[in-house]
Design a protein around this ligand. Structure first.
Ligand SMILES: Cc1cc2nc3c(=O)[nH]c(=O)nc-3n(C[C@H](O)[C@H](O)[C@H](O)COP(=O)(O)OP(=O)(O)OC[C@H]3O[C@@H](n4cnc5c(N)ncnc54)[C@H](O)[C@@H]3O)c2cc1C
Length: 470
């Protein structure tokens, strides 16, 4: 029995890897990673520099872990839909096994590969593992998808069975010697035309375990109190690990499930939100191109190039919004609260399509994930499933004062405001003139009350409803 275990970028680990675990029990295992030009053509890779850096590091770590177990990561180039069936035929494998993807293009890729493998009479086994509950497995009483988080979460706690994570295999058989000359190397970032960014989190399973341990030791207990504070290291920073599978969702769930208290409860709830986002995209693949609420399809977004540039360069004159933009480009990460404020600001105060922001985040976030990012943006713009209502508009000043009370988050990312104390840092335009003149920080590109009123007028005319303030 010869199994090709296909690693595909969301499962870059040897622990709790169902296809590898199962294959380890058979005689021959060939672990494969395909450098598909869909992601690895230099012009495509340059569209996701931070994700690519994390991915390449995680691939090296996976290769080292497989070598440690006695095997080897076989890296090949080409379009997956062609390469996998070709390898299956040439290497005369009995089975191809992989972890399922929930995005529409992953589903379509797998459908085509399953068809090609079927012609060769090679089974294609797709294992669950991306989420806690398999996408599509939780339905409401009418047998339809949940459109609201709370009933989804209730069904999750009632019905989802989260099996214990699988251990890493103790050893693996060596890769067969008769594979021919298909192999290539993991490319370097430089070969893909990407400048390495030293401020990114390191990829790989070992680094993920280190982050998990640090969070369990000192972050989890206080998580419910600190998770919204932009100025504190109050969250797990495991989103890229979940995205690339350097840590499985269920390993994380079980590590946290052993603890009781408000922190662990709040944390588990966030993991259920992650499942919810994947569940939504599974049922509604069209969400990657259109809003959940159809009335937003024709929403009259503006195309103001100046406002857009100011937003993505962190030059709007609104400190939290600018800190988020600069943190993103510098480190590939933005605190969740800052993501919400910045996203809401783009869609509402600047009346710019959430899809522009969604694409920009997918370019720069290390944890950039189709399901979570799409649901985060649609939530913030008010056009998503169970979203922030369109008429609730974050006030970036109040949000800053509440969730960055001393201004440390802003001071870190907007050094021009380094001399501003907490009283002025979230509304520098109101600070004494001498302080403002010294700082060279831009004036606000919009007047918040006027921009808020503009959005409400436009949205009410388009959608109709009442208003309130967040
Ligand atoms: C506009 C916008 C865009 C976003 N884009 C992404 C994205 O591309 N990738 C991504 O993983 N998350 C995204 N999020 C959700 C959230 O901001 C990040 O998951 C979180 O900030 C990651 O940091 P952490 O691991 O320290 O989170 P923690 O607070 O420690 O949360 C634990 C885990 O729960 C999951 N999670 C937390 N919040 C959410 C949420 N609202 N929706 C879905 N899953 C969640 C993540 O996997 C996270 O790692 C986005 C949110 C917004 C508002």
């Amino acid at each position: 029995m010869r199994t090709l275990v296909w690693f595909r970028g969301k499962d870059l680990r040897v622990t709790d890897h169902a296809p590898l675990h199962e294959a380890a029990a058979v005689v021959e295992v060939i672990p494969v990673f395909v450098l598909d030009p869909f992601f690895f053509a230099p012009e495509r890779a340059q569209e996701l520099p931070h994700r690519m850096q994390f991915l390449l590091e995680s691939l090296h770590s996976l290769a080292a872990n497989l070598a440690h177990l006695g095997s080897r990561l076989v890296v090949v180039s080409g379009r997956s839909v062609e390469v996998i069936p070709r390898l299956a035929e040439q290497w005369q494998v009995d089975r191809v096994a992989a972890q399922r993807w929930s995005e529409p293009f992953g589903i379509e890729r797998d459908r085509r590969i399953a068809k090609a493998l079927d012609r060769l009479r090679v089974p294609f086994d797709l294992h669950e593992g991306e989420t806690l509950a398999p996408p599509g497995s939780l339905l409401n009483q009418s047998g339809r998808m949940f459109g609201v988080f709370t009933p989804f979460a209730r069904a999750f706690s009632r019905e989802a069975f989260i099996a214990a994570p699988l251990p890493a295999p103790k050893s693996l058989p060596p890769v067969p010697a008769d594979l021919g000359r298909m192999e290539t190397q993991i490319p370097s970032l430089e070969a893909l035309g990407i400048q390495p960014n030293e401020r990114l989190q390191p990829g790989g399973e070992k680094a993920a375990r280190g982050r998990l341990k640090a969070f369990l030791d000192s972050g989890l207990e206080g998580y419910s109190d600190t998770r919204n504070r932009m100025d504190l290291e109050g969250t797990s920073r495991l989103s890229a690990d979940l995205k690339f599978g350097t840590l499985s969702a269920r390993s994380l769930w079980h590590a946290v499930a052993e603890r009781d208290g408000a922190g662990p409860r709040a944390y588990r709830n966030e993991l259920v939100w992650r499942d919810f986002a994947h569940h939504l995209l599974w049922h509604r693949p069209d969400l990657l191109t259109q809003p959940f609420r159809p009335e937003f399809q024709t929403f009259p977004w503006r195309e103001d190039a100046g406002a857009w540039t100011a937003w993505h360069d962190g030059q709007t004159g609104f400190p939290v919004v600018d800190a988020a933009a600069r943190q993103l480009q510098a480190t590939g990460f933005v605190h969740n609260r800052a993501r919400m404020v910045a996203a809401s600001f783009l869609a509402k105060q600047l009346l710019t399509s959430y899809q522009w922001g969604e694409a920009h985040y997918m370019k720069w976030l290390t944890d950039g994930d189709w399901a979570n990012n799409n649901s985060g943006w649609q939530w913030s713009a008010g056009c998503g499933c169970d979203a922030q209502p369109w008429f609730r508009i974050f006030n970036p000043v109040l949000q800053g004062e509440k969730f960055d009370p001393l201004g440390d988050y802003v001071r870190t990312w907007v050094p021009e405001l380094g001399d501003f104390d907490a009283k002025w840092i979230h509304q520098p335009w109101a600070a004494p003139a001498a302080l403002r003149q010294r700082s060279h920080y831009p004036e606000p590109i919009v007047d918040h009350p006027a921009a808020r009123a503009r959005f409400l007028t436009v949205a009410k005319a388009h959608l109709g409803s009442t208003t309130t303030q967040a």
